[in-house]
Ligand binder design. Structure first.
Ligand code: GUN
Length: 174
């Protein structure tokens, strides 16, 4: 999904920290610190192992860092999303679930649920849209509104794990 040329794992394993972070910074939305901190664990035997190291960085991070990462994600079906004003990865992900082609009624439903979710938790609703469709996203938004904050932080980080893994698998060759 990244527009950059394919990256090989071998090349990534040979890079210094700055090069590695620049090459893979797209994996976690506007939050290159996750990739940067995982560099210490190289060399990686597989894309999965590399991603596991990145998720360990997230596990070890503070709640403030986790919230900053969650807040770096765009709202689903927002005006900016529909106008394709997000990162290249986000634009493509939202389009994959048809979120750039909503009826006015669907748009209003997303708008209301986004607002209710943000009002309750203070951060945007995160779900891996590439593994969902409009109906399952709306159902999850509704259901997750009754979770508590700690549960939603854990859930959002798990979903970010799915989003970032798909981004890496798309972009890194072995
Ligand atoms: N916000 C909520 N879910 C997603 C997703 O899957 N991708 C992106 N980029 N932003 C989101």
């Amino acid at each position: 999904m990244s527009s950059a040329p394919p990256l090989s794992l071998k090349l990534l394993n040979s890079m210094n920290q700055t090069g590695f972070t620049t090459a893979l910074g797209f994996a976690f939305e506007l939050s290159p610190w996750v990739v940067e901190r995982a560099w210490d664990e190289r060399p990686f035997a597989s894309v999965e192992a590399m991603h596991t190291a990145m998720m360990a960085v997230l596990d070890a991070s503070t709640t403030a860092d986790k919230l900053a990462l969650i807040r770096a994600h765009p709202e689903l079906a927002s005006k900016a999303a529909i106008a394709k004003q997000l990162t290249a990865e986000s634009n493509a992900e939202q389009a994959s679930a048809g979120l750039d082609r909503l009826t006015p009624e669907e748009f209003a439903r997303f708008h209301d649920l986004n607002a209710a979710y943000r009002e309750r938790f203070g951060f945007p609703f995160i779900i891996c849209v590439r593994l969902n469709d409009k109906a399952s996203i709306l159902a999850a938004m509704h259901a997750r509104l009754s979770n508590d904050e700690a549960t939603e932080i854990v859930e959002a980080i798990q979903q970010i794990g799915l989003i970032s893994k798909l981004r890496l698998l798309d972009s890194v060759t072995t």
